[in-house]
Design a protein around this ligand. Sequence first.
Ligand code: ADP
Length: 393
Amino acid sequence: MTDAILVVNAGSSSIKIELFAADDALASLLAGQVEAIGLAPRLFLRDAAGTTVADQAWPQGEGPRDHRAALAAIGAAVARAAADRRIVAIGHRVVHGGAARAAPVVIDPAVRAELAALTPLAPLHQPHNLAGIDAMAELHPGVMQVACFDTAFHRGHPWVADTFALPRAFHARGIRRYGFHGLSYAYVAMRLRDVAPEIADGRVVVAHLGNGASMCALRGGRSIDSTMGFTALDGLPMGTRSGQIDPGVLLHLIAAEGYDAAALTRLLYHESGLKGLSGLSSDMRALEAAGTAEAAEAIAYFVYRIRRELGALAAVLGGLDALVFTAGIGENSPRIRAAVCDGMDWLGIALDAAANARGAMAISAPESRVRVLRLATDEERMIAIETLRLLRG
Ligand code: ADP
């Protein structure tokens, strides 16, 4: 038996899981997920060579009905596929760590209660993360569990980047700009030290462009501002989320059109963004392929807001040394990267079109003052790294 670390990322409609060897190299052993929980669930697991070791699909209404059942099912599949491994620690992605948590923490009953108390700050995500923790405590009693937060990396923001211009008491009671995607930014900041150490301590903007999308300003490898705020709704438009919106629009919808909290939640989280603007899809690949005027406008709005935020974050940093693209769209869409960088020579950005088109890691032209990079993010590996660190004390 050799030791392994299990990483659990329990999202709203899917659960991702990955098993790592518990040594310095943290080799990935198994990765998989349960998707479409509550609809027509499918569970699959692949080993390090990419071979499918479990694949099960259930018809509509059958199979694991909720997160608890889905976690039990995938936990059992991992145990079967890795019978020669002893799970010595379990790391969880937890969306909210509140104002106090600037680092991962070992979960004990007091921490579990603290995280549950933060549910009102992230009602769509925190309950699933807690379900993951409870299910793993049942499956692996006595094994150390660690919470790694999406908010923690941003806790060093200066006050002006952490507050809204509301009466002061609101900040004190937790109405703050927390920022999210912190595990992705922490991973990218760490990778920069390996692949481009000469800029890792400089002024860097990271664009995490996936289904969820945000940008982060790094100085000296630490976050000093981000486009996301109190929730993961603010900032850039996303697959189905609106991004930044004049709060007066919401007041109008409430006062004049009878919207309530549930209707606004549906509108802002599930019906807006790329999906709302295109009337077609939340998926960038589908929009790039569609060729309709609405799809083109949705892409144009996405790119426009990224460029605006790039200018704003460069101003916050007092200049720019590097721009990094990451996550599904950032890593895989040369078209979006090119559109973001187009005409940005005033900021010192010049893209190498050929390097960008073939998806190289370094995609800026030799004369570009700002380095432009394409780096793959890996939130699960970041959680494994932090969990191993706490395991070793
Ligand atoms: P999540 O936030 O769910 O982890 P991802 O980081 O996987 O999302 O990003 C998903 C997005 O990446 C989708 O919009 C998808 O269309 C987009 N994407 C993936 N591959 C490509 C590609 N080759 N070209 C354009 N967009 C892509």
